[in-house]
Write a protein that binds this ligand. Sequence first.
Ligand code: ADP
Length: 476
Amino acid sequence: MPIRWRLTLFNALAIGVILIILGAGLFFLLRSALLSGVENDAETRAVAAARTVQEDGELEDAEQFALQGVFVIVRDEQGRVLEKTTDLSSGGSGGTDSVWREALSSGEAQGGTAQLSEEAPDYVYAVPVNPENSRARVVEAGRSYGEAEETIETFGTLLAVGLGVALLLSVAGAYLLARTALRPVDAVVSSAQEIGESDLSARLPVHHRRDEIGRLASTFNELLARMETAFARREEALDRQRRFAADASHELRTPLTSISGYARMLEDWGLDNPKASRRAVAAISKESGRLTELAESLLALTRGDEGAQLVRARHDLAEVAREAVETARAGAPSGIAVDYESPSAPVEATFDWEKIRQTITILLDNAVKYTPTDDHEGRVTVTVGERDGDPEVSVTDTGIGIAQDQLPLIFERFHRVDESRSAGGAGLGLSIAKQVAEAHGGSVSAESTVGEGSTFTLRLPGGKLETLDEPRGNDK
Ligand code: ADP
């Protein structure tokens, strides 16, 4: 059953019970007031008339006591009627017998009902006068209940009709109230039904922000907003993933095409031509090296995306940097000097040795790769230190530099500033470096001037060992 009807029914029931209790109370109160009014009238007249009979021996002017529908009867000790103000023959006089008889025999005033007229019963009050005496009298005064009962009946009918109308009005009012109060719910429901997965930007109408329905709609709107953001983020992540897969297959295809081309060349005439076959084998070996490197980079990124666990421990950052510098120095062309400025004290930090070594190596490889050796002496300098309590490694080169508008993009996957000058890289090195740094709760940043050189800085958080079990978030 709809809430609207349940509310109406509950209201009707509550109001109905209240009205019935009130109505019944009022009815019985009025009834008892009217009936006791009749009895009081009869009693006071009977007492007054009896006093007169006592004093004067008789009731000369009985009519003066018989006003406003009250009748008076005076009987002797035998029950013979001496005075009367009503026509007893029209109603059965026998009804009064018991009352006056009881009064006379008991010597005390008695009240009771009698049927003197045919319409309604009467109330009779009998007062004995000199009951011990031979001239005993009994004075009766009575009044019909008829008028009071008529009033009670009319009042009862009016009350019932009034209560019925009041009940109907209150039910109708309760229904209208419930309908008005719940109308915004219908609006909310129909708006909510119109919101589809594709249209999460739609919002429910909020008419009165402070009432229950307004609060419900506002809460729903907040939920929608959160869902919209989550969906947008999911879409973005899916997009990134799609782009990543497309770029990865594109990058894989290039060396593969090259390998299959040289293999065909070998097949066609390479074996009879030692020079050509040497060229083909060298190219195949170079391309398969590139392919392996690419596959390793893709694997590293995917593992990082999946949140692979880091093997963290407390190490000296200077030590890992020194090791990476030595390897880079060995592989660097003769025109480039790779310098290492060791700090005066160990720079302790909590990190995964292998991953951080790989990151410093990426920065070093790039520095060497993008520093030309043809016309001037290139220099790559690695420094280790602390800034604001955070350990950091900086790799500075005197290379080609990066344009300011490219700086924010170079950390994106597969982004190369200038493909012709990218020295064969796939554009994944810096995104791996960024991923590793962020998995440690740190960062990699770049500063550069075109033609002068660049500085890449890897910064780790300067926390102590207690952060060991709480790897910081990796937002990928
Ligand atoms: P890649 O494998 O192409 O080197 P990276 O992700 O390591 O990919 O670098 C992305 C791009 O950023 C490079 O293609 C290059 O254009 C630019 N870059 C990176 N390091 C340097 C540097 N030290 N000097 C100049 N350009 C750089």
